[in-house]
Design a protein around this ligand. Structure first.
Ligand SMILES: *Cc1c(COP(=O)(O)O)cnc(C)c1O
Length: 390
């Protein structure tokens, strides 16, 4: 990308990212190179890509795209967010230890506690809102710190720069799951993070129609290691999915701006209701991490979690809403209402869930592009109905 393009605003770069026009035909989107292998016209002069696990032009365009958006050295596209996360954890070796944010995504928790533990990759989960607890978790074999901020589903905030500064002083690799904020609101590499991860299934894809994961590395050395893992593990994203993801990413800013505006309205509306026990949203005045969040992010995102008081009422609300999808996942054009205790965080034992504030009454609302008036009216009837039912 030319120097001139580097100066462009984020929204412009989303559309003019380098591969937006096909160089050979002038076509207005990257072609889907649905090929597994590439012909060697001259055996002494091999083609740029030789086999699609190792490299595919459509996937490459996507990988360059996310690297530009996150401001890193190189991007990598994987078959899912968990494929990106698990491949990244394999930078570690048997006997290594990693410090992980306590209310990490449920699938990441399962990976660490049910799979990587069998390979003697050890993990300690800490409340990262308190840097002293992060420091106290350091062991002689600690190799990495894994952050997720805002965390899922209680939207707790980790001070990214503070953790990175400390981690660097101990030669620890820093990894951050940036799914909730996207590079539109938060660019962790600029704050010192070594590897940024995404479930691109969520806001980056944005349409609940593609499963994908992305990683961006800060240095050429890490890029080489990551490339070896991606190729060696074969956890790559297919060309069709790569294309679909780029199509969704072009509207990232427009979607985030609209959804965030509605999310702020929803959070305030919930906060003023007497039948809601708690509302978690970093944009609320009383959110404990608001100040730190505002230092490291330019927005609050589109996910609002709230506690309706009990598991029975939460289930009643889920059955009464008529507009949002009642489903796992988030970050789409349509609103999605999920129930962490029975969905995303079901892999966590009930005791661990309770300790992490994932109560039976907790619902997570990912705000889509519907008219906010309709979303509020629908939630109102569901909340009122769920009281009557009890
Ligand atoms: C969904 C999600 C993941 C996992 O991604 P998949 O694409 O479902 O594999 C990881 N982290 C966060 C924060 C997520 O929301």
């Amino acid at each position: 990308m030319s120097d001139n393009k580097d100066k462009l605003k984020f929204g412009t770069r989303l559309l003019h990212f380098g591969a937006e026009i096909d160089k050979t035909t002038g076509a207005s989107s990257v072609p889907i190179y649905q090929a597994s292998t590439f012909h060697h016209e001259d055996i002494y002069n091999p083609p740029l890509h030789d086999y699609s696990r190792s490299g595919n032009p459509t996937r490459q365009a996507l990988e360059d795209y996310i690297a530009v958006l996150e401001g890193g050295d190189r991007g990598f596209a994987f078959a899912s967010g968990m494929a990106a996360i698990s491949s990244t954890f394999l930078l570690l070796s048997s006997g290594d230890h990693v410090i992980v944010t306590e209310d990490v995504y449920g699938g990441t928790y399962r990976l660490l506690t049910m799979i990587l533990n069998r390979f003697n990759i050890q993990s300690t989960f800490v409340d990262m809102t308190n840097i002293e607890l992060v420091k106290a978790a350091l062991q002689s074999n600690t190799k990495a710190v894994y952050m997720e901020t805002p965390s899922n589903p209680t939207l707790r905030i980790t001070d990214i720069s503070a953790v990175c500064e400390w981690a660097q002083s101990h030669d620890l690799l820093t990894i951050l799951d940036n799914t909730f904020m996207t590079p539109y609101y938060q660019r962790p590499i600029e704050l010192g993070v070594d590897i940024v991860l995404h479930s691109a299934t969520k806001f980056l894809g944005g349409h609940s129609d593609v499963l994908a994961g992305l990683a961006v590395t800060r240095t050429a050395e890490l890029s080489a290691q990551m490339k070896m893992l991606q190729n060696g593990l074969g956890t790559v994203l297919a060309p069709q999915e790569s294309w679909l993801l780029m199509r969704g990413m072009k509207t990232l800013e427009a979607r985030m701006v609209h959804s965030e505006k509605s999310a702020i309205a929803l959070a305030k509306w919930l906060e003023n209701r007497s039948d809601i026990e708690a509302v978690y949203y970093p944009g609320l005045e009383n959110h404990p991490g608001r100040e730190v969040h505002e230092r490291q992010s330019s927005g609050y995102g589109a996910v609002v979690s709230f506690d309706v008081g009990s598991g029975a009422r939460a289930k009643a609300v889920l059955n009464l809403v008529t507009i949002p999808l009642v489903a796992v996942s988030l970050g789409a054009v349509e609103s999605i209402l999920s129930y962490p205790a029975m969905m995303s965080h079901a892999a966590m034992g009930a005791e661990v869930r309770a300790a992490r504030g994932i109560t039976d009454g907790l619902l997570r609302f990912s705000v889509g592009l519907e008219a906010i008036e309709d979303l509020l009216a629908d939630l109102e009837q569901a909340l009122v109905g769920a009281c009557v039912k009890l």
